[in-house]
Design a protein around this ligand. Sequence first.
Ligand code: HEC
Length: 271
Amino acid sequence: MRLPPGIRRYADHPFWQAVTILVLAYVLIVFVIPLLPGSALVPKSVVLQYMATVLVGVLIYVSDNEGRWRRFQEPIRAMLIERRLKLVRAGVLVAVTLLVGCLTLGQVRTTVSAPPNLRSIHPAPPADITFRGKTMTLTGLENPLRREPDSLAADLALGKRVYYQNCLPCHGDHLDGQGHYASGFNPLPANFQDNGTIAQLTESFVFWRIAKGGPGLPREGTPWNSAMPVWEDFLSEREIWSVILFLYDQTGWKPRTWEKSGEQGAGSGHD
Ligand code: HEC
């Protein structure tokens, strides 16, 4: 293909070849690649890496022989010293200054934006769980210890002991989430005195959370690094139901009941 002489002068020139390759590479990486099926936006850091690679390649090409290297530098030198290019020089100076300014501003500016996704504090519990190999249906499940009024006092005493032996360091002496270790955790241990935790939950939900702990949280409960241990590894079923009795007795909250709460075991609060 024969190009008109005016354009050919540029097409043959190593400087303008280099500029063209860099622009094409940028367009390809930023605009074309995301259009390909199955690909996503290219992250900024990756764009930077690709562009740096292309730039190095281009520089190797233009500096490969003396003649080409000298021709490559011509327009740059002309822009820097020639009188007739005064305006271009001023323009480049302003553009570079503005660019650096904008980049710096972009990095130091504080932004106020909503967190990328809302995480569910009380995600919907599974309908069934396996507790130490035994399948338990959570839906409709009540605390079985409440059906035996005669042993309630003994169960409460057991629950109290379980609490003070296991839960105290995190959930605190006053069940307010202010245990000695509490400040070391994010998210903080639940504050049972607050009306946003067990007051809103059915006992079966609380059982599930105690039995499965932080690792048992479903996808909606993440990303967060809950320190809540998996208590089924350490406590028996009766001990867990007892500590639940203790939590409600001590705080004075009434567990949410299945008649009122319908299908789901928990309200799904969002942080
Ligand atoms: C190592 C610290 C730690 C210990 C020990 C601990 N917890 Fe937790 N617990 C947490 C943290 C942190 C959370 C909040 C994050 C979450 O919900 O997983 C939590 C959450 C909970 C919740 C969920 C409350 C809600 O509103 O969803 C219950 C119930 C609970 N703990 C009960 C207990 C009981 C009962 C014990 C003792 C047998 C115990 N925890 C021991 C750290 C602990």
